[in-house]
Design a protein around this ligand. Sequence first.
Ligand SMILES: [Zn+2]
Length: 579
Amino acid sequence: MIKIITYLTPIFPFLLACNPTYQNTPQSEAEMADTVLTNGKIYTVNPQQPWAEAIAIKDGRYSFVGASADALSFVGKDTKLIDLQGKMAMPGINDAHTHSWQGGFKLLYECNFHFTATPDEIAETIKGCIQANPDAQWIRGGQWTSDFFKNYDLGSPKKWLDAVSEDKAVYFQDDATHNAWVNSKALELAGIDKDTPDPKGGAFVRDEHGEPNGLVLETAKSVIEQYLPEWTLEQNVASLDAAVSHANSYGITGVNEARTPPEISLAYQQLDKQGLLSAYAITYLQTPRGRRDKPFDIGPMQVISEKYSSEHVYTKFAKMFLDGVPTASRTAVMMQPYLTDNEFPEVTTGNLLIEPEVLFQDLVELDRAGFTVKIHTAGDGAVRIALDAIEKMRTVNGSSGLRHQLAHVGFIEPDDLPRFAELNVTADLSPYLWFPSPLIESTIGAVGERALRYWPIKDLLASRTDVSIGSDWPSAVDTMNPWPAIEAMVTRKNPYSDSEETLWAEQAITLKQALKIFTLDGARAYRLEDLTGSIEVGKSAELIILEQNPFSVRPEDISDIKVEKTFFAGDVVYEKLTP
Ligand SMILES: [Zn+2]
């Protein structure tokens, strides 16, 4: 390794903006770069040197960032020289919230339909899946939207699905992966009938005779899931491999696995050991799900964390669920009650899953053990409770330096905004679906006008909050494509349509702010900002080359941007096929 020489001292900070930074100019062939890219518009996300023309990569790290002419002294006889021909390049993207293992299963093994699909389209899809899997006992997949049976007069999920699949059990998740549809065969295999009680925090919705009608809510879903055939380690590894390739194709080089069961932690480690993990994997180990009034024992989680970390797999992370979703099911915890109607006559502020005192005690233990905690807080009431618990925990533990995260945080009471920075808490948002869309409309139907004050991203940045963004794939979105979210953060319009309607336009941020959130701030959320997230000498070379330059296209066209090449640790891990 060559020693990194800093040519510029902080005494001359004004020089930093216009000068290249580099290691020693190579003196011998062995010191030449592995790859040099020249003639580009390279957006580095490094405030000291925001733009460059050229970079050199040696042993997976940047050895030079600067002008094309200077880069040529890094080119040896074995160096791969890439002429960018004016194309834009930038750091790889960090997706701060995914359920990639579930996405991988969808890509490889599941029966998929879009949540806008009609009953005929879904029936066709199911028939196709049955034909393709003649030996399977279960047909599983999704995703449906909660308004489906409102929009189509089909009776119940059970009745309708029985007509399509009598012999094979059917299990389909909704677009938030919180609820499921099942048919009679599935209920039979799981031994569920009218005498089965509802579990805490969930329900088997019943017909007028008390028989389950095939709609399974929240924790009741886990009762069915116990009967689904288990995936093998080989299948788990294959699905992660597919998910990470999918991520790389959108320029993503950091994947947060927002809830990781032990067998998936093992599969990530296996994939890494096979040399096939082409992204940083941040695995948030799962904590007990469902309603809880006692702290849990973190011992087993510590064992898993130690056992399954590897070179690119970071396991000192934990996921907790404090509430549900603010859509028709009304399970996110809100400060103000949900709207009532004929279907939901009961006045409710949502469904708190962990008592505040228990949350506090769990946080004390997890923070002490070095776990960064991501807390699912979809409603403003849950945000308040989580911030209170973190504040109280800090009075006991002091500052551990860990930046805990609140996930989704679509709604935040103005009084709570400054508390994120004060408590060193990251806001982890998923603004991928925009208005108008079925999910937002369902939210408006449940919380009313409050839904129009969704995702206060500009306010969060103004209060100096660390913000990270995640797709939540495969919940709600079909792909991990980050560009629609980047566009929408700039325009506050639906990136999937030409509609001029905006959602809280005052919260629009600049493209530079959005790109920083998706790159350097994403790396910061999982404490890898010194390793990745920007293009700087000494950092690992996670880099993407774009077909279009987001700074020169219309903001409404940012969602169409395609990635041409993705580098992870200096290696090309995705290359778009040219027709
Ligand atoms: Zn999620």
